[in-house]
Design a protein around this ligand. Structure first.
Ligand code: Q0N
Length: 287
């Protein structure tokens, strides 16, 4: 009997379906967002790169925390996952000072309640990685909160466990990435509980859409760093003078090709697998 998938919702670049009471299907599209706007032009295979990377990390981090992956489908862009009760808190780990962390630091000298040494430059490596919880605000944007608020939302013991797991995942993945020429500046995890009440890693994990990837070769604190994957698109949009409101601009073929190549390069560096081999047999990423 063929499966019927009920569409539960759309993220900016992903679709979520229910397969049955216990299982979800996460489908990664080739859509790309920049400056918070989804562009009308797709990046071919972007969804496969992100799905393959997520599956790669899920297959290698089970010793740190169990995850929701049940099956990587042979289309290479969809994951069958266990249905969880998601925690109402996003767990961000930051190893470097960037984005909203840099803004908070400039304003307050701290990031989400973590006091930091004075005089740090933008994009500086932090003395030690920090966990900065966030919630989805009504606007749909992420809103940083402090650890006390996260503890109130999920319970102090559960929050302590989430912090410990997130730091261990970041330590594992950032060491792997940095050895392969990619700085994992920060990353966002979504965790949930299974039927037994066990903490489980959900969502996508350690992809360029849920993380900041920077090229290690050009890393230089003291300013914003180029994005490993999206820099061509951002530069093109800046050259256009687009006002960054919806709708975004169409992107020309050379920018699409350059961007696709960066996604594929990140995939190949991190997994050690040729992307064509992934397309021929997605299960290769799990071995
Ligand atoms: C879930 N989100 C937010 C898809 C991802 N394993 C799970 N069980 C229950 N619910 C969810 C998951 C997962 N993952 C996660 N929504 C539901 C992230 N979405 C955004 C849209 O794309």
């Amino acid at each position: 009997m063929p499966e019927t998938a009920v569409h539960l919702g759309s993220g900016k670049v992903r679709e979520l379906y229910a397969l049955d009471e216990e299982r979800l299907l996460l489908v990664a599209s080739d859509r790309i967002s920049t400056f918070d706007v989804v562009l009308p032009t797709e990046i071919p295979d972007k969804g496969r790169v992100l799905t393959g990377l997520s599956a790669f990390w899920f297959a290698r981090t089970g010793h740190i925390v169990p995850n929701h992956l049940l099956e990587l489908r042979d289309d290479g862009r969809s994951l069958v996952c266990r249905r969880l009760e998601m925690l109402p808190v996003e767990v961000v780990v930051r190893g470097y000072l960037s984005g909203s962390g840099w803004k908070d630091y400039l304003a307050t000298g701290a990031v989400c309640g973590h006091p930091l040494p004075a005089g740090l430059a933008e994009s500086a490596r932090l003395p030690a990685p920090i966990v900065t919880p966030a919630t989805k605000a009504a606007s749909g944007h992420d809103e940083n909160i402090d650890a006390a608020t996260a503890s109130e939302l999920v319970g102090a013991d559960r929050w302590a466990e989430a912090e410990r797991v997130a730091l261990a995942l970041y330590a594992f993945a950032s060491a792997h990435a940095e050895a392969r020429g990619i700085v994992l500046a920060d990353t966002k995890f979504e965790l949930g509980l299974d039927q037994e009440g066990t903490l489980v890693l959900g969502d996508e994990a350690l992809t360029p859409d849920s993380s900041r990837f920077w090229p290690a070769a050009t890393y230089a604190p003291g300013g914003a760093q180029p994005s490993y994957d999206k820099q061509y698109v951002r530069d093109y949009c800046e050259r256009l003078g687009w006002d960054k409101t919806d709708p975004g601009p169409e992107v020309p073929a050379d920018v699409v090709a350059g961007t696709r190549a960066r996604y594929v390069e990140a995939f190949e560096l991190l997994t050690g697998l040729a992307f064509d081999d992934y397309l021929a047999d997605p299960q290769a990423v799990l071995r």
